[in-house]
Design a protein around this ligand. Structure first.
Ligand code: GLC
Ligand code: CA
Length: 546
């Protein structure tokens, strides 16, 4: 058993802009995070991941960095960060930051100098005399013409996020230096943004349009990606006891092993997107259209990944983050209690490290914004504008944006039910989620039966029972709408049974499922029988001690 702290811990993602505002300017900040460490201690999580806190003009809420060694003005100062880090460490947390180095902000010094061809920055970015037909993730072409330099530069995201030229060894050295700078300050790792986009196919071929909205074959998992990641490992990661988790769309378990396999010397984990496609739109549909979520598909994806990484890898388990709608809404029909706790049971009993996104532990729902002016997210705003040009009015997008815009998860954290939900005492940078004012930390702390206290219990169970961390996974196939599996470590065996449907589901349990084993957690107080009807979104974990 290859024990590691990042396998045993539970990660809690803080989106600082929306977590806690300490100085009442309506924007969350670093001192706010420090203030709330005791809450995270109460919950029991171990590793705090902060979405970007670095200097940024905030075109993409900090994912556009203009100085990697300094703190965004709105979030506070380096001194505030050091206090947070020190306090977090004293309270027993690990703290990881977001490394965004596929691109910088166009306001970064490197870009400004690159525009002017000042050495050594001339080739820090991807400059071309002609553009190809690649599109940006956030609407429109992926190239922008810079008058001053007289060339186009590549930007896979907004035009204020120029892609770095990783082919240039000086760029790679800059990245190692940034990583080491933060490790020397004492952070415990990085979540690495768009980690499989660094290497592009040389020659930047235009894509053959059919069926593709993005030129992904040319910029995902590119020809030199493993060389680059190994370089990060050798020049930085391996020198510290740190955690690395890379965001990597369009990777299957086999490819994942090339990133996280034990002997690969690259990353610890990747954040894959396979289950995020469970509600993928029908072919030819618009960007914001989705099918209703099918949790059976999600189950199959998780099983595939459990098996694929069983021997030589480690899973990252998540269903929501700052880029995705709220999981209780998307995957559990807004069922505050059983829906949210069933999903949580799954994420905390599969093999891997669970990632909680702030507010998820309360069962927060989508904001379901209705008006164009409610939106803050650049992806959403650009898309609304692009559609207007095509003659598609906002009204036609209203419903789907209301469900799938990234802003659904970016509204302020609900601490209590005062005017600004205890997040701030001033009008907030983005609207409050009016759909779930009754869902808040204060109310749920006091309610033994709340989603919050269920999460607390799940997290504690993982700490008491090694089998939930290191135990082997095996599925017991029961068919439509059911997810059943065991985790086995030496003579201990955990049995997990989940009803994926928002209706009752009939189950017949095989002998391999020991119904006599004691229940260690369940979201409904019923006794398991061989044949029975499971309540909607039922979840239970039984544990036999051998
Ligand atoms: C990642 C981030 C997302 C950001 C994008 C560009 O997907 O999670 O928030 O917009 O990268 O940096
Ligand atoms: Ca503030």
């Amino acid at each position: 058993m290859d024990k590691k702290w990042w396998k045993e811990g539970v990660v809690y993602q803080v989106y600082p802009r929306s977590f806690k505002d300490s100085n009442n300017d309506g924007i969350g900040d670093i001192c706010g995070v420090t203030e709330k460490l005791d809450y995270l201690k109460y919950l029991g999580v171990d590793i705090i991941w902060l979405s970007p806190i670095f200097k940024s003009p905030n075109d993409d809420n900090g994912y556009d960095i203009s100085d990697y060694r300094d703190i965004m003005d709105e979030f506070g100062s380096m001194e505030d960060f050091k206090i947070l880090l020190d306090t977090a460490h004293k309270k027993g947390f690990k703290l990881i930051l977001d490394l965004v180095v596929n691109h910088t902000s166009d306001e970064h010094e490197w870009f400004k100098k690159s525009v002017k061809r000042i050495e050594p920055y001339t080739d820090y970015y991807i400059w071309r005399d002609v553009q190809n037909n690649w599109e940006s993730h956030f609407s429109g072409t992926a190239w922008d013409y810079n008058e001053e330099r007289g060339q186009y530069y590549l930007h896979l995201f907004t035009k204020k996020q120029p892609d770095l030229n990783w082919e240039n060894p000086l760029v790679r050295q800059e990245v190692y230096d940034i990583m080491n700078f933060w490790f020397d300050i004492g952070i415990d790792g990085f979540r690495m943004d768009t980690v499989n986009m660094y290497s592009k196919v040389p020659g930047f071929p235009s894509m053959e349009k059919e069926g593709l909205s993005l030129a992904t074959p040319y910029f995902l998992n590119g020809p030199r990606i493993h060389e680059y990641l190994h370089g990060m490992y050798v020049n930085s990661l391996c020198k510290y006891d740190v955690m690395s988790v890379g965001e990597a769309p369009q990777v299957d378990p086999e490819m994942a092993l090339l990133y996280v396999g034990k002997d690969r010397q690259e990353l610890n984990m990747i954040i894959h997107f396979d289950h995020m496609f469970a509600d993928d739109p029908p072919e030819g549909a618009g960007k914001w259209e989705r099918r209703p979520t099918d949790l059976n598909k999600v189950r199959d994806v998780f099983v595939k990944w459990q098996k694929g990484l069983a021997k030589d890898g480690w899973n990252c388990l998540y269903m929501s983050n700052h880029d995705q709608p709220r999981q209780a809404s998307r995957f559990a029909n807004d069922q505050y209690k059983n829906g949210a706790t069933m999903l949580a049971t799954m994420l905390h009993t599969l093999k891997g490290t669970p990632f909680i996104y702030q507010g998820e532990e309360l069962g927060m729902k989508n904001a379901y914004f209705k008006n164009e002016w409610d939106y803050r997210d650049v992806e959403t705003i650009n898309s609304i504008a692009e559609n207007k040009v095509k003659g598609i009015p906002f009204e036609a997008l209203r419903e789907n944006l209301g469900k799938y815009s990234r802003d659904n998860a970016r509204t302020p954290m609900h601490w209590d039910n005062s005017m600004y939900m205890g997040f701030s005492q001033a009008p907030t940078w983005i609207g409050i989620n009016e759909n779930c004012r009754d869902i808040n930390v204060e109310a749920q702390t006091a309610d033994a039966d709340s989603v919050l206290n269920y999460y607390k219990k799940l997290i504690a169970l993982r700490k008491t029972h090694d089998v939930l961390i290191y135990g082997d996974f095996e599925e017991i196939e029961l068919g439509e709408d059911l997810f059943c599996y065991t985790r086995t470590l030496n003579d201990k065996k955990a049995y997990i049974l989940l009803n994926l449907a928002c209706n009752q589901t009939k189950v017949t349990l095989p002998d391999t499922f020991d119904i006599t084993a004691p229940c260690i957690i369940s979201n409904c107080n019923i006794t398991i029988k061989k044949e029975m009807n499971l309540p909607p979104y039922f979840a239970t974990v039984l544990l036999s001690d051998g």
